[in-house]
Design a protein around this ligand. Structure first.
Ligand code: NAP
Length: 283
C-alpha cells in the first residue's frame, strides 16, 4: 500500500487565498491587519522561519514589522519593545521568535504580550482557553495539523490518536485538540518505554520530537494517518521530519511530507490568527 500524501503547500494556498479575501474586506474598512515579529540573536533557523512568516504576511496583503535584535539584548529592553507593540494600534499580532537567548525569561516575555495579540497562542490565557474549550488563539502547528485532518475528511470520533512529544507548543495542545474531537488520546514522550506498543494501535500518529526516523514502518498500523511535525537535517543537509518517510508511506493510509507538510500549515495558521486578531480588535 502507498499512502496518500497530505499536501501542506496545496492546502496552504487555499487557506491563504481565503485569508487574502478577508484582508481585502478589512482594508476596505480602513484596517490593514498587522503582525510584528521580534527576532533576538542570530540563530540561522530562526532567521529563515521569521523571513518566511513576514513574506507570507505580505503576500496576503497584511502589514508586517520585523524587529531584529542582537543576542545580547536585555530582558528589560525586550519587554519594553513588547509593551510598545501592545500599545501600537497598527499591530494586531505579536510574535516573539523562540528560542530566546539564556538571559531572557521566555515565559515572562510571552506573558507580557497582550492576550488579544497573542497570535502564536502561547500565552497562559490562550493555553487556558484551549484547556477549557473557551475561544482563544490556537497554537499554529497543532491547529495546522487539525486542518489537515479536516481536509482529508478524517473523523476523529472514537479513534485512537497517539501524540509523540509533550511540548507546550506542539505536543500538549495537539493532544487537547484531538481530545476535543472525541479521539482517545495517548501522549508519549522520552520516558515512554515501548513507543511501538502505543503507535501500533493508533489510527492517527502525530510525531513532534525532533529526531530523524523516530517513527519506523513497523511501528505503524496499516492505513493509519501519520502527521510529521519534526524538522531535522539529514546527512546532506536536507530538511527532513521525524518519520522514516520512504518506508512508512508503504504502510500508512495518509502521510505528510517534510518539507511541504506541516511547516507551511503552521505559517498559514499564523496568518489566520493575525487576521482574526485584527477582526476582533476592529469590532
Ligand atoms: P521539544 O520541546 O524539544 O519537545 C520534544 C518532545 O519530544 C519532548 O516532549 C520529548 O520528551 C520528546 N522526545 C524526545 N525524545 C523522544 C523519544 N525518543 N521518544 C519519544 N519522545 C521523545 O520540541 P518541539 O518544540 O515540540 O518540536 C518538536 C519538533 O517539531 C522539532 O523538530 C521542531 O523543530 C519541530 N517543529 C516543527 C514545526 C513546524 O511548523 N513544522 C513547528 C514547531 C516545531 P520529554 O518531554 O520527555 O523531554
Amino acid at each position: 500500500m502507498t499512502a496518500q500524501l497530505i499536501d501542506g503547500n496545496a492546502l496552504s494556498r487555499q487557506l491563504r487565498a481565503a485569508v487574502s479575501e478577508r484582508v481585502q474586506a478589512l482594508k476596505a474598512r480602513g484596517i490593514t491587519p498587522g503582525l510584528a515579529v521580534l527576532l533576538v540573536g542570530d540563530n540561522p533557523a530562526s532567521a529563515v522561519y521569521v523571513r518566511n512568516k513576514v513574506k507570507a504576511c505580505e503576500d496576503t496583503g497584511m502589514h508586517s514589522v520585523l524587529q531584529t535584535w542582537p543576542a545580547s539584548l536585555s530582558e528589560a529592553a525586550l519587554l519594553e519593545q513588547v509593551a510598545a507593540l501592545n500599545q501600537d494600534a497598527s499591530v494586531h499580532g505579536i510574535l516573539v521568535q523562540l528560542p530566546l537567548p539564556p538571559q531572557i525569561d521566555t515565559h515572562k516575555v510571552i506573558e507580557a504580550i497582550s492576550a488579544a495579540k497573542d497570535v502564536d497562542g502561547f500565552h497562559l490565557a490562550s493555553a487556558g482557553a484551549l484547556m477549557t474549550g473557551a475561544p482563544g488563539f490556537l497554537p499554529c502547528t497543532p491547529h495546522g495539523c487539525m486542518k489537515m485532518l479536516e481536509a482529508i475528511g478524517f473523523d476523529l470520533h472514537g479513534k485512537h490518536a497517539v501524540v509523540i512529544g509533550r511540548s507546550n507548543i506542539v505536543g500538549k495542545p495537539m493532544a487537547l485538540l484531538l481530545l476535543q474531537k472525541n479521539a482517545t488520546v495517548t501522549i508519549c514522550h522520552s520516558a515512554t518505554p515501548d513507543l511501538k506498543a502505543f503507535t501500533r494501535n493508533a489510527d492517527v500518529i502525530v510525531v513532534a520530537v525532533g529526531k530523524r526516523k523516530l517513527l519506523r514502518a513497523d511501528m505503524v498500523k496499516p492505513g493509519a494517518v501519520v502527521l510529521d511535525v519534526g524538522m531535522n537535517r539529514n546527512e546532506e543537509g536536507k530538511l527532513c521530519g521525524d518519520v522514516d518517510f520512504a518506508n512508512v508511506k508503504e504502510v500508512a493510509g495518509w502521510i505528510t511530507p517534510v518539507p511541504g507538510g506541516v511547516g507551511p500549515m503552521t505559517i498559514s495558521m499564523l496568518l489566520v490568527n493575525t487576521l482574526e486578531a485584527a477582526e476582533r480588535q476592529a469590532r
